[in-house]
Design a protein around this ligand. Sequence first.
Ligand code: HPA
Ligand SMILES: [Zn+2]
Length: 350
Amino acid sequence: MVKLPPIPQERLPALLAALPKAELHIHIEGSLEPEMIFALARRNGVALPYASVQELHRAYAFTDLQSFLDIYYAGASVLLHEQDFYDMTRAYLARAAMDNVVHAEIFFDPQTHTARGVALETVVDGLHRACADARAEQGISASLILCFLRHLSEDDAFATLEQAMPFLDRIIGVGLDSSELGHPPEKFARVFARCRQLGLHVVAHAGEEGPPAYIWGALDVLKAERIDHGVQAVRDPALMRRLANERIPLTVCPLSNQKLCVFPDLSRHSLKQLLDAGLVATVNSDDPAYFGGYINDNFSQTFAALPALTAQDAWQLASNSFEASFAAESDKRAWQQRLDECFESHAERG
Ligand code: HPA
Ligand SMILES: [Zn+2]
């Protein structure tokens, strides 16, 4: 264990906010705030099934993953033009930078847009231009991960990969999201094998609502390098040992788990168990506009709900986020150094 300077307990909230961190599980369509949904609907002449921002907000009372996805896909219907994708991504990156995110690996769902007649080029151009401008103007680094929707067929995923071929230099990897139960990783074995051949990184949502068997499948069949969510792993001791031994990161999203009723309450979340078992767990926001908080809200509310979490855990979570990222080793070392300096400054002050 790394020896850290002692941090007084009352400084923990300020430390959590100030920590440099990477965000590795953020669906960019899930960063669309209700106000922006209405502004884009107006700009693009799209009719929404909600009369006002307040009415839309009131619909954010989810009972499970599917009840959220239905509203999330409706929200994304306002995105039509390159500028829409640009504005959404710039807004997220500006907000993330305020939370001291130094690096973000951003998921996007092409099939949600191509099914409505939006060209993949429009999507990728807007997202990529926003990432480049945010890096130049705010110093935040960002890269893109294309997610396949698992409720659709493997053929549809292959067609999406084909459309993405001209843009692979702007994508670092692929992921798997949407409705988990009934859509195990094995359904996408061949398309993920092709993605690996193409040199793309591969990650997958598994063990959010689905059983530990879906995490085994993501590892053994898809060869996922990271597991998104993965919180159901605590139900399988052999899986916990494997994740720890192979240092397979989990991108955990506590507020998402709370809002989608994966845990009855944040105070019952498994994050501390995952860390104590030596897993490379990280904290992320998933769909911050829908789940009531960006990454620092996830840190602060989870540490408040789980008093067993310590400053050492905070350091570990931030350090894990750099280790788990697909960034260059030189960047990881620089961010790690900033993390250690942040700890020193919080220990010394006062
Ligand atoms: O939490 C999630 N799970 C699965 N698919 C998703 N798409 C956006 N957010 C999620
Ligand atoms: Zn997710």
